[in-house]
Each structure stands twice: as structure tokens, then as C-alpha cells.
Design a binder for this molecule. Structure first.
Ligand SMILES: Cc1cc2nc3c(=O)[nH]c(=O)nc-3n(C[C@H](O)[C@H](O)[C@H](O)COP(=O)(O)OP(=O)(O)OC[C@H]3O[C@@H](n4cnc5c(N)ncnc54)[C@H](O)[C@@H]3O)c2cc1C
Length: 392
């Protein structure tokens, strides 16, 4: 399937994920697009069950907790395949917070993490606010200790999957005490009094998951729902960013591969002026550029995954995750744009795969840190560590 040297076990996992996407998910893609991202609930449940049965959901968590215990490279191989289909369907593969086992208490693991791995519960992340996007440190949400409880207050936006989730990771700044002004992360059940849906705006893509604006009106939670210690909150967010940036890079490679395959097939078959349009260099060179860029992004992403598996320095990981996300997301954007062009008028129709990906990959340059912020991170590390450490 790829020319990259993979072990038999890695290739088996890659093929397992590919078959799932091809046989179970892609056939529902058009239906989902035409029904607001929705497919019949029993089908969605069947996809979730199949993703668990295949060992894909929870692949990022240890076997002792019921996860798949996949290596980072194996997770990348799976995410890449998932990227070949719309997220409206691909998100049936759940990967609960990878950083959680090391920092959650036994009680938290039993109550939230293990059920999430089993597919009985699901989470969402409430970090971004109206005044705090790229600048996460600007959050104004607060957590005030009151006896054995914390009182949480603030308003969050872009909370992805709030409609499907039953608990929320909520980031706030501590008010009062030794850690005043520092970040802290809490796990909050969605049905806790004071958690209030403000509204669910519509976005460019057609997903069944919403990105909600959510208010926390003096939500009281037991102190045992603080994750780690006061002051630790940002470190969990950084770990989450690293994981998601790598997996976004992988999904972008999958999206690009699908688009190149579909656009090539179309260009070979579509006849204008008496010949297939691929006979025109203007068309074939767009595909050549796309394939070349995909290869570069894929090599970068796989190599980074191997570096992480080999225990690379976390700061190097952080910068390399930024580089992979930056390059792969911008690559996917260019590939999608070219694919729309190759399909011509058909590429502008909602029923066309290129049109869908063209809209969907746009956000990969925004969420989990914009391209501009990735460049800031890379440049900062370049100055501190030098080119050899980051790209040698
Ligand atoms: C569909 C979607 C889902 C999301 N899901 C979640 C979620 O589940 N949970 C969550 O907490 N958040 C979520 N987010 C938020 C996301 O992480 C932020 O949108 C992102 O980090 C950018 O923040 P912002 O939108 O406020 O843009 P801003 O920070 O306001 O940036 C606006 C522009 O200014 C640029 N800019 C800002 N600072 C600099 C700088 N220093 N140098 C150069 N340029 C700069 C940015 O690159 C951008 O082009 C989601 C966003 C979207 C669109």
C-alpha cells in the first residue's frame, strides 16, 4: 500500500483500518452530506461497534485500561486511513485523552476514562473562549476553591462534539490561594447544574457533531474532579495539542491520497477536445505536484511518529508536531483545491468528494493552533535549538 518500510504488524493494522473505511464508511459519505452529516442512528452505532471490535477505538490507550496499546506509528497509520473519509463518519473511531492515564486518579480513570475507552461515555474539550483562541493564556474562565469543592465559571466556544459528549474537560484559571492565576483542568459531567448550552452555530463542514458555545454558571464540582494539581492545566493542553497535531497531519495525508486517486481516475476518463483531460500537462502536472507533496508530508508524519515512539525529547516532539501539522494541512489544502479544479464544474457540486474535502480540510489550518501559530512554535525552537536538532 505504501513504500515506507513497515513491519507486518503495522501493515496489518493499516489494512484493517483501510478496509473499514472503504467497506463500511465511504458508502455512507454521500448520504451523510445530504442529511446534515447524519446517518441513521443504528448505522452510526454499528460503525462505533465495528471500530471497537477492530481495535481502532481506544487504540491510543494502554491495554491494561482496555485500550489497544498501539504504537504512535500505528495510530498514525490508522488516522491516515480515517482521513480518507469525511470526519462526519470517521469520528466513529474514538480516541479518548491519551495524556489522561498518567495524571488521572484511580477514581477518575474508573469513572470517566475506562468507560470512554469502552465506548460507554464520551468527552469534549472546553478551552477556547471568545477572547482566548491562539492565546490560550488569555482565558478568563475561573476556578475558585470553596471547601471540598471548586466553583467553575466562564463561557467557552467551539466546543466540538458537545452534543454527543457526556463529560467535558474544562480549563480555567485558579482564583485565590498559592496558585492564583495558574491554569487548571477539570472533568465535569455535562448534566452538572450550571452547565448551559448557549447555542450551536453552523460551520463550513457538514458534521453531526456540533461546536457549541457553552456557559459554566458557577458550576460546583468536588475537588476530586481537578485533574492533576492546580497549575498543571496547560501541560495537559500541550500534550493534547501534540497528539492532535500529529493525527491531523496523518488525516490530511489520507485526505490527499483519496483526492489524488479520485482526481486521477476522473482525469483519465473525462474526455474533452477528443482526448482524456489527463493528456494535458496543465492537468497532469497538478496531480504530479499533489503526489510529490503527499509523499513529503507522509514521510515527515511517519518519521515523527517513529521519533515519538523512540522517546524523542518532548520539546523536539512539540516543534516537529507543529511542522507536520503545518506542512500536511497546507498540502491537503492545495491538493483539495487542485482536485476541485480537475473535476471542473462537478468539483463544485456538494455530491463530489473534492468539494467536500475542499471545505473540510480548511479547518486543519485553524484548529489545534493556526498555521501562523505553528510557524511561531517552529521558529522559536529553531532559534533555541538549531536546524540540526529539528530537521537533521
Ligand atoms: C471547527 C472548530 C472546532 C474547534 N474545536 C475546539 C474544541 O473542541 N475545543 C476548544 O477549546 N477549541 C476548539 N476550537 C478552537 C480552535 O483551537 C481555535 O479556533 C484556534 O486555536 C484559533 O483561535 P481563534 O479562532 O480564536 O483565532 P485567533 O487567535 O483570534 O486568530 C485570528 C488570526 O490571527 C492570527 N494570529 C493570532 N495570533 C497570532 C500571532 N501571534 N502571530 C501571527 N498570527 C496570529 C491567527 O493565526 C489567525 O489567522 C475549534 C475551532 C474550530 C474552527
Amino acid at each position: 500500500m505504501t513504500t515506507y518500510p513497515l513491519s507486518d504488524a503495522d501493515r496489518e493494522i493499516q489494512e484493517r483500518a483501510r478496509r473499514f473505511v472503504d467497506d463500511e464508511l465511504i458508502p455512507w459519505e454521500l448520504h451523510a452530506e445530504e442529511h446534515g452529516g447524519q446517518i441513521p442512528e443504528e448505522e452510526h452505532r454499528a460503525h462505533e461497534a465495528k471500530a471497537r471490535e477492530l481495535g481502532l477505538s481506544g487504540m491510543n490507550l494502554p491495554k491494561e485500561l482496555g485500550g489497544g496499546g498501539f504504537t504512535t506509528l500505528q495510530q498514525v497509520l490508522v488516522s491516515e486511513q480515517i482521513g480518507r473519509v469525511t470526519n462526519a463518519l470517521g469520528w466513529c473511531v474514538h480516541t479518548p485523552a491519551e495524556w489522561a492515564p498518567e495524571v488521572m486518579t484511580d477514581e477518575q480513570i474508573e469513572r470517566w476514562l475506562k468507560p470512554a475507552i469502552r465506548g460507554e461515555r464520551s468527552e469534549c474539550y472546553a478551552i477556547t473562549e471568545a477572547g482566548a483562541g491562539s492565546d490560550v493564556d488569555a482565558i478568563q474562565a475561573t476556578a475558585r476553591r470553596d471547601g471540598d469543592e471548586y466553583v467553575l465559571a466562564g463561557e467557552k466556544m467551539h466546543v466540538t462534539s458537545f452534543n454527543r459528549a457526556d463529560h467535558i474537560f474544562f480549563q480555567a484559571k485558579i482564583v485565590g490561594g498559592d496558585h492564583a492565576g495558574e491554569h487548571a483542568m477539570f472533568v465535569v459531567d455535562k448534566d452538572t447544574p450550571g452547565v448551559r448550552l448557549v447555542r450551536e452555530p453552523r460551520y463550513t463542514h457538514t458534521y453531526p457533531d456540533t461546536h457549541a458555545i457553552v456557559a459554566f454558571d458557577d458550576v460546583r464540582v468536588p475537588a476530586s474532579q481537578l485533574i492533576g494539581a492546580e497549575g498543571d492545566g496547560m501541560s495537559f493542553t500541550y500534550a493534547w495539542f501534540r497528539y492532535e497535531r500529529l493525527m491531523i497531519a496523518a488525516r490530511c495525508c489520507g485526505a490527499a491520497e483519496r483526492l489524488i486517486e479520485e482526481a486521477t481516475a476522473f482525469a483519465k476518463e473525462r474526455v474533452q477536445f477528443g482526448q482524456p483531460i489527463i493528456e494535458n500537462q496543465a492537468i497532469s502536472h497538478m496531480l504530479a505536484d499533489s503526489l510529490t507533496e503527499l509523499w513529503a508530508a507522509r514521510l515527515m508524519t511517519y518519521r515523527l511518529a517513529e521519533n515519538i515512539d523512540a522517546g524523542a525529547d518532548v520539546k523536539i516532539q512539540h516543534a516537529q508536531c507543529s511542522m507536520a501539522k503545518l506542512y500536511a494541512s497546507e498540502m491537503a489544502g492545495r491538493v483539495a483545491d487542485r482536485a476541485v479544479q480537475i473535476f471542473g464544474g462537478r468539483g463544485y457540486m456538494r455530491e463530489n468528494v473534492a468539494e467536500r474535502f475542499w471545505r473540510e480540510v480548511r479547518v486543519d489550518r485553524i484548529w489545534e493552533g493556526t498555521s501562523e501559530i505553528q510557524r511561531e512554535i517552529v521558529a522559536d525552537q529553531l532559534v533555541k535549538r538549531g536546524a540540526q536538532a529539528l530537521a537533521g
